[in-house]
Ligand binder design. Structure first.
Ligand code: HEM
Length: 547
């Protein structure tokens, strides 16, 4: 088992929950308010215990921020699975343990979306960029991701690898000789890599090369981040009203949508022409398989109004995917740097899978030669040049890679998260009642440090999940990075696939990653999307043929 060499996990333990917790709470929790009119009396109702304040404190902020894990553990042990704290100027009902956390995700009347809306007013923004599916309970994006991406994920693999490898080289480059190369703005560099990769899947290769479109992917995500983080220390009604106006009728996103429309129009026309031509010639049209094409092919079934509406929905998919994948991608880079003794085992795993892959492909070529079905393999699927390249086979079989990623996602999670707003009174199985209009939040410490995950739960152990047969994309009551239940993130399979390909490309391309400013490294592990805390990254190339 690897141990941390560059950063002690104990130091991390302190850094992560504070940064991630504050950010998550800032936009995912809503202030409790009373709604006496709708009050239902329950015979067996239990009062939610209020956590007592430390002497001299008027809220729980300081005690939580000093050591979130210790504070939450103490609360669980003293008060049981449901308790109330005063944090960020709010009264929060907190539930603990995988079973209670799952329960919160199962009630129709507890809504994650309503909670985010209550805190940020984001719905006005979303509804102003689309013309169809404005119903607050719509599940169209779940359907789209499932049908256009998840069910055919492996067909995207070669182009994801190609696009990511190309943009990694363009954005991060290679070092010469033994001297490492400084990537001054790794966040900006990775933004470009992730934008190009997601654009490839959503809109196809021509559009993924359009610089203006890529900038739009980046800018609209940045603009949306401003809405989500605008709440500051507590819910601010004035700010929310301003947001509703700005993102309703004054929505700057309309210009981002227009960029997509203008880029898509000629491509759509060109594809229609090619399809007509193929039909005239009686040959099968080689249909592009990006999300845009599937949306166009099923426009009536999906109920889209026009290309502008389609591009509006694409903007919403970009917002769900870019920010989250970028943040986790930055984690991948900086965990590799902080826990630098993980790089070599990950590299060796991939090298050994290359050996296995080359052997299998060699045998296939031999069979072709024997049968006389194929003698030259150049530019075919069995081209020997591809024997030692990252592929679906390698990504699927790389168990250390999967474990490394899952451990990052387990470890870095905000200690309080997945806030849900009650649409009606809800009595929990414990007898505690969450009243209509109140928020309940999950104690993720108790979920992601549950004993089911083994020992040393407060430490980063990259190989924790090896042999556990529980992939990084699998949502469960003890792994809630992607939510749980009916609304579990539909993009998790793509996200995990992209992140594993990113990590595989990085460890085969570079033998070492070192942050330019060691002091800022902790911030990059906890909240990597904060520009002011960004630090450069030194990369040392392997100088082999895989990059
Ligand atoms: C590491 C990357 C990602 C993380 C951590 C993440 C996490 C989440 C979480 C926690 C939710 C809320 C689940 C709930 O309601 O309980 C969510 C929803 C969602 N995610 Fe992801 N996600 C990631 C990547 C992606 C990607 C790549 C896509 C698209 C391809 C995507 C699309 C969506 C959509 C469409 C929703 C539903 C939004 C709504 O309509 O309410 N996500 N995600």
């Amino acid at each position: 088992m690897s141990s941390a060499v560059a950063v002690s996990a104990n130091t991390l333990k302190l850094a992560i929950p504070i940064g991630a917790g504050v950010i998550s709470l800032a936009y995912l929790c809503a202030k409790l308010f009373n709604n006496e009119n709708a009050r239902t009396e329950y015979e067996n109702e239990k009062m939610i215990p209020k956590v007592s304040l430390r002497e001299g404190d008027s809220t729980h902020d300081s005690e939580y921020n000093e050591d979130p894990d210790a504070f939450l553990l103490k609360c669980e042990q003293t008060y049981g699975p449901v308790f109330q704290i005063q944090y960020l100027n709010q009264t929060l009902s907190v539930v603990s343990g995988p079973t209670m956390a799952r329960e919160i995700h199962m009630y129709e009347d507890l809504s994650f979306r309503d909670s985010v809306e209550h805190m940020t007013g984001y719905r006005a923004f979303i509804q102003s960029v689309i013309k169809s599916h404005k119903d607050v309970n719509t599940t169209i994006h779940y359907q789209l991701i499932r049908e256009c991406v998840s069910t055919k994920l492996s067909s995207f693999t070669p182009e994801i690898i190609e696009r990511m490898a190309l943009t990694l080289e363009q954005q991060f480059g290679s070092s010469e000789g033994k001297e490492p190369k400084l990537v001054e703005r790794p966040l900006v560099a990775l933004q470009n890599v992730i934008a190009a990769t997601i654009a490839q899947i959503f809109m196809g290769s021509e559009i993924a090369e359009n610089a203006e479109v890529l900038q739009t992917f980046i800018n609209c995500t940045h603009d949306f981040g401003l809405i989500l983080s605008q709440t500051g220390k507590t819910r601010d009604t004035k700010k929310i009203l301003r947001t509703k106006a700005q993102y309703g009728y004054l929505n700057a996103m309309h210009k981002h949508r227009q960029v997509l429309v203008e880029a898509a129009e000629p491509i759509v026309e060109q594809r229609r022409q090619q399809e007509r031509l193929a039909s005239e010639q009686g040959v099968e049209y080689d249909r592009p398989h990006d999300v845009l094409q599937t949306m166009l092919d099923n426009v009536e079934e999906y109920g889209f109004v026009d290309l502008e509406d389609i591009c509006g929905h694409l903007i919403l998919l970009i917002l769900s995917s870019m920010h989250t994948t970028l943040e986790a991608g930055m984690n991948v880079l900086f965990y590799l740097a902080a826990f630098s003794d993980t790089i070599q085992p990950l590299y060796e795993e991939i090298e050994s899978l290359f050996d296995e892959q080359a052997k299998g492909r060699g045998e296939q070529r031999q069979r072709h030669r024997e049968k006389g079905t194929l003698s030259s393999f150049e530019n075919t699927d069995l081209d020997p040049l591809l024997d030692r390249k990252i592929s679906e086979f390698v990504i699927k079989k790389a168990v250390k890679l999967d474990s490394f990623l899952k451990e990052i996602l387990r470890y870095r999670i905000a200690r309080l998260g997945s806030s849900h707003l009650a649409r009606n009174d809800v009595m929990l199985s414990t007898g505690h009642v969450i009243r209509k209009g109140e928020n309940v939040i999950v104690n993720m410490r108790s979920v992601h440090q549950d004993k089911v995950h083994g020992v040393d739960l407060t430490e980063f152990r990259p190989w924790r999940f090896v042999g556990k047969n529980s992939g990084a994309a699998k949502a469960s009551k003890d792994f809630m990075t992607f939510g749980l239940g009916k609304f579990t993130c539909p993009g998790r399979f793509l996200a995990v696939h992209d992140l594993k390909i990113l990590a595989a490309l990085v460890v085969t391309k570079y033998s070492n990653l070192v942050p330019q400013d060691e002091k800022k490294q902790l911030g990059m592990l906890a909240s990597p999307l904060i520009y002011s805390s960004e630090t450069g990254l030194y990369v040392t190339s392997r100088h082999n043929s895989h990059g």
